[in-house]
Ligand binder design. Structure first.
Ligand code: ZN
Length: 108
């Protein structure tokens, strides 16, 4: 198979790639479910963000979660790679996350 950088260049140019190449491109970035955020922490994080304390908000958001480890790439690859933003729910812990998959033209 071609190097990921070459596949990405072809995708960026709107060229058609194989399903295998598209999956390899998505999986080139490891994505694991970060787990649910406790309601209390969510409130505080929201307040920190509105105060512009991004680093504190990010740290709290990370520390107040118990990572569940679900491979999010599996969830992304279960839906069309059409560039359309969508919300998915982790089947292991119920955490919802929004994401925008890359728009990849895949050969039939
Ligand atoms: Zn999860």
């Amino acid at each position: 198979m071609r190097p990921i950088s070459e596949i990405a260049e072809r995708v960026d140019a709107g060229q058609i790639v194989t399903r295998e190449e598209a999956e390899a491109m998505v999986r080139a970035s490891s994505r694991r479910c970060r787990g649910p955020l406790l309601a209390e922490a969510r409130e505080i994080t929201t307040r920190l963000l509105s105060d512009g304390a991004l680093d504190k908000a990010r740290a709290l958001d990370t520390n107040a979660r118990t990572p569940c480890g679900q491979d999010v790439n599996d969830l992304i690859l279960a839906s069309p790679l059409d560039g359309a933003e969508r919300v998915i729910t982790c089947p292991r812990c119920g955490t919802t996350m929004s994401y925008r998959p890359p728009r990849i033209r895949i050969e039939d």
